[in-house]
Design a protein around this ligand. Sequence first.
Ligand code: GLU
Length: 293
Amino acid sequence: MTSAGRFAPSPSGELHVGNLRTAMLAWLFARSTGRDFLLRVEDLDRARAGSEAGQLRDLAAIGVTWDGAVVRQADRGAVYAQAISQLTDAGLTYECFCTRREVQEAPSAPHAPQGAYPGTCRNLDPAEVEFKRSMRPAAVRLRSGVAEYTVNDVLHGGFTGVVDDFVLRRNDGVTAYNLAVVVDDAAQGIDQVVRGDDLLPSTPRQAYLASLLNMPVPEYAHVPLVVNSDGVRLAKRDGAVTLGDLALAGVSVADVRDRLLRSLGLPAGTLEQALGAFRSDSLPKEAWVWPGA
Ligand code: GLU
């Protein structure tokens, strides 16, 4: 299998300049290292009708090209179920009946980091499981053997983060992002994951899960986000931040692309032209403040 990088948007609305900048970076990382570049639509939930087509159109407009067919997570339920069965057969899962509120209100287990699942359902006896099954559907959690795990990141170096008994399948039957992302990256031969640094804290969970599934752990690069003038992650409410809105404000797609390239210390022009100047070790380490249209 060839090695590849990827962009994996959730089709929950239009991409904004922060998403587009991350996609450009993922493309530059992959292409500058001779990798294929794949696109995966993460439509397990939060999918909004029409968003996927708009996202693909905007990526292409900015010059982010991809190889092969787009993969959609909604088509891959059987593959995720197989991975969860593999973990279950190895004694690495358990059913959890907690509501979100119960998890939030449960006292944390001693020594457990803030926000980690306290393990309420980890050791239920079979009779309790039987009874709880009759009351409400179960989620499936990982029976983690570690409390934390260390990953290596091209931009952040060694990063150690929490690994709790995180959810693999929600109690509404939807596969959890952390499971799907690991299974898909491995299945698609993705050995380089470039994405926003808001996902760095989830990465130890994902790398640990890959190791349990005997899947390779990809190279990670968590890139700085685009923020608004208050330093908060850019969002749709921050004004004209999509290609559509910017066009209405008189900013062309080429202008947007050039601004994003310059924000990365790269020359304006096509992404192919920027490739020659791209160096992963001289990227800005700080979030970039979107100056507005
Ligand atoms: N689908 C996720 C998002 O749009 C990204 C997941 C990833 O890159 O691993 O936030």
